[in-house]
Write a protein that binds this ligand. Structure first.
Ligand code: ADP
Length: 205
């Protein structure tokens, strides 16, 4: 269930000042008690608030399963994506390793001449690249990267739950978030397991 703007405001007031009477809430919102009645009824019935006679409304701290799952289902990729770290596909393995350390990320995305997504480079790809006697200062990441069409991508408007499913199904750590520009897939973000863990922590808090 989606809360409307006024219900969100009421919830905030009760969280901060509860227990608080209906009239006091109305006063803070410069509304009449009667105007608030339907919103308070909805908030109470859906389990966000509890009311005690002569005490007032207080926040239950309990979000119903329904409330929680509808919140999760409404989150889209662009709400939580982070900044992607891009390198040219002819960057050397050595440079890519340095970049990964400097940027403190687990995945780099390689782009080609037209700035379109060309490949994904993970930590293990780089480790593999250092084995087998490669000259890592000369060998480009294009040799070791996962390339199109094997790259799993997502779009800014995709549901986060879809992206999370892809991470699990494909057993990968991140998805590039892309936007199509005249047939070129520009990487505009990334979704990682950390993004998703953060969403859960925020929801719990
Ligand atoms: P690591 O290899 O460090 O454990 P991942 O599990 O993310 O990190 O990567 C495993 C393999 O999957 C690597 O070869 C990597 O190139 C590839 N990979 C990572 N992300 C994607 C993606 N979004 N689409 C396709 N392949 C990917």
């Amino acid at each position: 269930m989606e809360l409307n703007e006024r219900q969100e405001k009421i919830l905030k007031i009760v969280k901060q000042h509860g227990p608080i009477t209906g009239s006091k809430i109305a006063e803070q919102l410069s509304l009449t008690r009667a105007t608030l009645r339907p919103d308070l009824a909805i908030l109470t019935m859906s389990g966000y608030l509890d009311a005690r006679p002569r005490v007032g409304y207080f926040y239950t701290g309990k979000e119903s399963e329904e409330v929680m799952s509808s919140k999760i289902r409404n989150i889209i990729v662009s709400d939580v994506q982070s900044v992607p770290i891009l390198i040219k596909k002819d960057t050397s393995i050595y440079e890519a390793i340095v970049k990964m350390f400097l940027e403190d990320v687990g995945t780099l995305y390689a782009i080609d001449e037209d700035n379109g997504l060309a490949g994904v480079i993970s930590r293990k790809d780089l480790l593999r690249g250092t084995m087998g006697g490669n000259d890592i200062e000369k060998t480009p990441v294009s040799v070791i990267m996962t390339r199109k069409p094997s790259i799993t991508i997502c779009y800014p408007n995709d549901l986060l739950i879809y992206a999370a499913n892809q991470l699990i199904e494909k057993q990968i750590d991140s998805l590039p978030v892309v936007e199509n520009h005249d047939g070129v897939e520009r990487v505009i973000g990334r979704i990682t397991k950390t993004n998703i863990a953060r969403v859960f922590v925020n929801l719990m808090e």
